[in-house]
Design a protein around this ligand. Structure first.
Ligand SMILES: Cc1cc2nc3c(=O)[nH]c(=O)nc-3n(C[C@H](O)[C@H](O)[C@H](O)COP(=O)(O)O)c2cc1C
Length: 206
């Protein structure tokens, strides 16, 4: 029993995953604004353990799609998936990346993070950086919605950071972990309805 008034701010409600775009390019000034919004996210020990790569040329989009796609193809084949289905999935992922007007690739680095001699704390430190990248990506997408731009997070690079890095010739210490498609929203796109938040199942008080 809560009986509470609705409290989610409208600017948060306004961010939705939008997966279809018009052909209109996104101005680099606007893309820089989104990255700047990402870079004011909270991060451990006042660090900024992220690097953002804006991919807006057709050649680089293709390189990224192919680099990650080939890694995915290898994994799916190893899972035993039928080759025709593998081809279908990889082709659909190419299309998703190449059709977006711009991609923003969020990378993690050790720059500014603490180092520990033991693997458990080292893992926790990297986990904190990963959490902060999530916060940065949310900032980016909220800023996109505020600028009437569409965005959608794509999971792929977290499964193949090195393949994504090498596809774009990035420095070895930049490890891609998050990808966001950005563009002007296709007005015909109909998103899935957002299910209500079952707050009594998702939070506890002690
Ligand atoms: C870490 C992460 C990975 C995601 N990966 C994908 C993806 O690969 N493809 C996709 O279409 N959406 C992806 N999404 C978007 C989710 O499907 C979406 O956020 C969720 O369905 C809720 O919808 P909403 O964002 O419109 O509120 C991802 C979201 C997160 C946070």
């Amino acid at each position: 029993m809560t009986g509470r008034a609705a409290t989610v701010p409208a600017f948060l409600e306004a961010r939705r995953s939008i997966r279809a775009f018009t052909d209109e390019p996104v101005a680099r000034d606007a893309l820089d604004g989104l990255v700047e919004a990402a870079c004011i996210a909270p991060a451990p020990h006042h660090s900024r353990p992220w690097r953002f790569v804006v991919v807006d040329s057709d050649a680089a989009k293709r390189d990224l799609a192919v680099g990650m796609g080939e890694r995915w193809r290898t994994d799916l084949r190893a899972d035993g998936m039928a080759p025709a289905r593998v081809d279908e999935l990889v082709a659909a992922s190419h299309e998703k990346l190449e059709d977006a007007p711009a991609l923003v690739l969020g990378c993690l680095t050790w720059d500014g993070l603490d180092r520990y001699p033991d693997p458990a704390r080292q893992r926790a430190e990297w986990g904190m950086a990963l959490l902060s990248l999530g916060a940065a990506v949310e900032n980016l997408m909220v800023a996109a919605a505020d600028a009437d731009l569409a965005s959608c997070w794509v999971a792929a690079p977290i499964f193949c950071p090195e393949a994504a890095r090498d596809a774009l010739g990035l420095p070895e210490v930049w490890l891609p972990h998050a990808l966001v498609l950005v563009g002007h929203p296709d007005p015909a796109y109909v998103g899935r309805p957002r299910p209500p938040v079952p707050i009594d199942e998702l939070r506890a008080y002690r």
